[in-house]
Design a protein around this ligand. Structure first.
Ligand code: C2O
Ligand code: CU
Ligand code: CU
Length: 509
């Protein structure tokens, strides 16, 4: 008996229909709201849940964008849009220096493409929204993986549809390794675990329903805050737990949510170490009790479970940071429970020093630029602007010269959170005037930087090695789709490089 998704849901939610689907997993039992509330309360209290799913590795020479039914929650099927036939997408693995090629086949009924978030690739390989693929077509991506080891990722980037396609399931890790990284003896194999973290709404029919922010209409909460869920899925697992040994683990955490900011911490306050950010390992581990992770950002951490006894468990949660509850931004939420299930299986040495990182010298900046981030729904319909403009796919807003270092200032003059992301470059945070020192999460090579309401960040960036058109945008995907994005072009040097005087810190602010 073949059922369409809609029929299936109708049957599955109807009471007492003997469809012959075995067990309680797909029918009935957990579907009542009371059951769901009890189940969730018990997860929050440190019990129940389901084993964390491990992400598959992509091995095919093609990757297909398509739609399928997948069992995300235990009690129903969910229609997901996939890149690579799984929600979340499979992990792509490469070594620094590899020649990488992959054919994208678009089996969706709308345009799509792939952006390699964090990788610096030629402009026509970068998944710019002008380079989208109609349904039924294929496109060959090919580039050299020119960057150091790190936790990058990939997702679609079609104009005004990125948010929906990512929400429906299209996003995965792109993990790069190299010799330097391997020389540190960090936890590896089963002790090196990628965690793709996303919030989702628990709909009664278990759908990934994307409520369009309604661009151009009356701005609602959707458009202002972004699409926020009421529950956090890790690697596509609702209420996940992971059994670990009482030893050292490396976790690569990616915030692939549309709009949700996480402030990740262990519920008992135990400290851990940040060892890597968007563009790979840091110079050393940085101890912390909590780490902010905004959409688009990655952070790699080491957790040492050796202080726990076998049988104990500890919840990783997102701390509440704005006193909100429910599905609001800043609400406290459980993320992933670690269950210490056995003694340490492998002994890893805690590293003292890590990567050698070239420091971009801001005093060599050829120019400074300032980008004002603003929300104004009274004069501009879309209302999310960078320097008072919304995105125009054909317009180039900034021109930079190949090889130059520049100092860029992002100044958030709005009451919203904005993770600002650059394509075609990695940068280094110089400072965050609101904070006395740079935390681990701001160190190293970054491609996305999180700005809290009314915050300013200064960064140093160098444009190389590609000439062409790239994007700068807010990685709150609703903000991005609403136009909080611009094109900048890297152009070949016109004249002899002029080194301008370093602006004073006053100027920078
Ligand atoms: Cu991950 Cu332009 O984005
Ligand atoms: Cu990107
Ligand atoms: Cu934003």
């Amino acid at each position: 008996m073949a059922l369409s998704r809609r029929q299936f849901i109708r049957y599955a939610t109807g009471a007492g229909l003997g469809l012959g689907l075995s067990g309680t997993s797909l029918l009935g039992r957990e579907r009542s709201p009371i059951d769901a509330i009890v189940r969730r309360a018990s997860f929050s209290a440190g019990r129940a849940g389901q084993p964390l799913r491990m992400l598959p590795t992509h091995t095919d020479w093609r990757i297909i964008a398509g739609v399928k039914e997948q069992q995300v929650w235990t009690d129903a099927m969910t229609e997901v849009w996939t890149l690579g036939d799984n929600y979340p997408s499979p992990i792509i693995r490469a070594r620094s220096g590899d020649k990488f090629s992959l054919r994208l086949v678009n089996n969706l009924t709308e345009h799509t493409n792939i952006h390699w978030h964090g990788l610096i690739v030629p402009p026509d390989m970068d998944g710019h929204p002008k380079d989208v693929l109609p349904p039924g077509k294929a496109y060959d991506y090919s580039f050299t993986v020119g960057q150091r080891a790190g936790t990058y990722w990939y997702h679609p980037h079609p104009h005004m549809a990125t948010a929906k396609q990512v929400y429906k399931g299209m996003a995965g890790f792109f993990i790069v390794t190299d010799d330097e990284e391997e020389s540190f003896g960090l936890p590896s194999g089963a002790h090196d675990i990628p965690l793709l973290i996303q919030d989702r709404r628990t709909e009664p029919d278990r759908a990934f329903t994307y409520l369009d922010a309604g661009h151009g209409g009356e701005p609602g909460a959707e458009e202002i805050d972004g699409h926020l869920g009421d529950e956090i899925l890790v690697n596509g697992t609702p209420e996940p737990y992971l059994e670990v040994g009482a030893g050292l683990y490396r976790f690569r955490m990616l915030n692939a949510s549309n709009a949700r900011i996480f402030d990740l911490a262990l519920a008992d306050g135990k400290k851990f170490h940040v060892i890597g950010t968007d563009g790979g390992l840091l110079d050393k581990p940085y101890e912390t009790g909590a780490v902010f992770l905004a959409p688009g950002e990655r952070v790699e951490i080491l957790i040492d479970f050796s202080s726990y006894a076998v049988g104990q468990s500890v919840m990783m949660k997102s701390l509440g940071f704005s006193g909100e509850t429910g599905r609001k931004q800043g609400a406290e939420m459980p993320v992933l429970r670690f269950e210490i299930a056995r003694a340490a299986d492998t002994q890893y040495q805690f590293p003292t020093a890590l990567a050698t990182i070239e420091k971009l010298d801001p005093t060599l900046a050829a120019r400074t630029r300032t980008f004002i981030l603003r929300i104004d729904h009274t004069t501009i319909p879309e209302g999310h602007t960078i320097n008072d403009k919304t995105f125009d796919i054909a317009r180039i807003d900034e021109e930079v010269e190949l090889g130059d270092i520049e100092v860029w200032t992002f100044r958030n003059i709005s009451f919203l959170h904005h993770p600002m992301h650059m394509h075609g470059a990695q940068f280094q945070v110089i400072d965050r005037p609101s904070a006395p020192t740079l935390e681990g999460r701001d160190r190293g090579w970054k491609d996305t930087v999180y700005l809290r309401p009314f915050e300013t960040v200064h960064l140093a960036v160098r444009f190389a090695p590609w000439v062409g058109k790239f994007l700068l945008h807010c990685h709150n995907l609703e903000h991005e789709d609403a136009g909080m994005m611009l094109n900048y072009a890297v152009v070949a040097k016109s004249s002899a490089p002029g080194i301008y005087a370093m602006p004073t810190r006053m100027d920078l602010r």
